[in-house]
Design a protein around this ligand. Structure first.
Ligand code: CMC
Length: 432
């Protein structure tokens, strides 16, 4: 078969060049524009990376129009039903589901790394209790990057494996310690005999009954699994760009955490609860807030709605909606989260019937219902994005590993459309 190409012609000079088209397994093929400047003297321009593929990846596939999400080819619905966070982490890292012995070794490696440097507790203690946990989290990751600085050897497979395990096992322990701190509890000791989700719940809420621990760990494990990866989003792209400079993986993950924090990315789960609480405590009805979100003069947006890629229902939102139903049903009916859940469902119903949301294809995203489940588990609001970050650490390290082994691995360096001054002579201060 003939090589696919796209021919572009410069309307001014009449010059024409062929750009190779690279086949994707699924989704749009991509045009390789790397010779554009050399052959035609132009750069491509795509603010917000609307139509730009930044790398080749085999990890996660999203079909935003169909509302599909697959990890290594496996639909998220099947993984949420049949797998668990640890097995899914193995899958994301290794491109295959583990055999019994492989899963057992991987789980052992992880639990042996629950024990992390206890100096991290000193770092956490430095912060005010009301500091945002995401800021504390980045500081803890900076500590780890200092601790492992002398060992950096990213081309070495065993260094990468050790860092990967340290991060996937250590970040949840750090997260539980941050939670202990802001809840004024003693720092808890991790338990090597249990899974990451069970250990996180046990460390975070040591006073729960066994039955409550089982229930909350199950919900938490699915939340971790659903957040484990989401292809080239802002934080993952940050980890890739940061890691491309061959910096420490701990430092690259700290950069990813900072990016995830923002309200239009991982911080949206916190913003959703703020919005639902505001609606609950207001004398205005849900329609008022729908109108406010549509009003272009008003900066208010329906948080947990809309997505750059999904132009359909986010499949993760469907799964979390179901968990929220089941989990809240299992808790007693007077649970204070029930009214928030009811408001969320009402907002969803109105929005999905409203021309503004329908025409723009704005559907609930993963954050719309996740905060409700986390709130019911007892997680303080400021910790929601930390939970997202601890789960996404798996995806971040999977992408970091993939990038380093890519045949095209080199430092990332975007270009720009310069619209500033032309060459200007410096004037002494008295002459300006
Ligand atoms: N409420 C009201 N209008 C909205 C919303 C919303 N939540 N989201 C998008 N729109 C409108 C927007 O005003 C624009 O309208 P128009 O075409 O008339 O100018 C149109 O829909 C397209 O929006 P956009 O801002 O160009 O879309 P984007 O792809 O740049 O932004 C988004 C995607 C997720 C940042 C945005 O939908 C948003 O701010 N949503 C609320 C925050 C949120 O829930 N974020 C979590 C994202 S999922 C978790 C994650 O991946 O981290």
């Amino acid at each position: 078969m003939k090589d696919k190409k796209i021919t572009i012609k410069d309307g001014q000079s009449g010059n024409e060049i062929d750009l190779p088209v690279l086949d994707s397994i699924l989704g749009p093929n991509v045009v390789d524009i790397s010779s554009l400047e050399k052959d035609l003297g132009y750069l491509s321009h795509d603010p917000g990376f609307i139509a730009t593929s930044s790398c080749e990846s085999k990890i996660t596939y999203i079909d935003g129009n169909e509302g599909e999400l697959w990890y290594r080819g496996y639909p998220i619905e099947e993984l949420a039903e049949k797998s668990n966070f640890t097995e899914t982490a193995y899958l994301l890292l290794n491109d295959k589901l583990p055999k019994i012995e492989e899963l057992s070794n991987f789980s052992k490696d992880l639990s042996n790394s629950y024990t992390i440097d206890s100096s991290i507790k000193k770092i956490i203690n430095v912060f005010n209790k009301d500091s945002h946990p995401m800021a504390i989290m980045t500081a803890c990751l900076s500590f780890l990057s200092a601790k492992y600085h002398a060992d950096i050897d990213i081309q070495n497979q065993s260094y990468r494996y050790k860092s990967t395990i340290n991060l996937i096992a250590g970040v949840p322990v750090i997260s539980a310690w941050i939670l202990n701190y802001i809840l004024d509890e003693n720092f808890q000791t991790p338990n090597k005999k249990i899974s990451i989700a069970e250990n996180f719940v046990a460390m975070s809420f040591p006073n729960l009954t066994n039955e409550q621990k089982v229930l909350s760990s199950k919900a938490m494990d699915i939340i971790f699994l659903l957040h484990a990866d989401h292809e080239q989003n802002a934080s993952t792209s940050t980890v890739r760009l940061s890691g491309s400079s061959e910096t420490s993986p701990y430092a690259a993950i700290a950069a990813g955490i900072s990016t995830l924090w923002g309200p239009t990315h991982g911080g949206a789960n916190e913003a959703v609860i703020n919005m639902l609480e505001e609606i609950k405590n207001s004398d205005k009805d849900v329609e008022y807030y729908i109108d406010k979100a549509k009003d272009k003069e008003n900066s208010f947006r329906l948080m947990g709605f809309g997505h750059r890629i999904y132009k359909n229902y986010d499949p993760r939102a469907k799964i979390i909606h179901k968990i929220a139903h089941e989990y809240l049903d299992m808790l007693d009916s007077k649970n204070p989260n029930k009214p928030l859940f009811d408001i969320a469902m009402k907002l969803e119903k109105y929005a999905l019937e409203d021309e503004y949301f329908v025409s723009r294809k704005l559907y609930p995203n993963v954050d719309f219902y996740s905060g409700i489940v986390l709130k019911a588990i007892g997680i303080p609001q400021s910790m929601y994005t930390v939970i997202f970050a601890l789960a996404r650490t798996v995806g971040w390290v999977a992408h970091w590993n993939e990038m380093i082994q890519d045949k095209n691995f080199r430092i990332g360096r975007p270009r720009q459309l310069y619209t500033g001054k032309t060459k200007t002579s410096y004037k002494d201060i008295e002459e300006r």
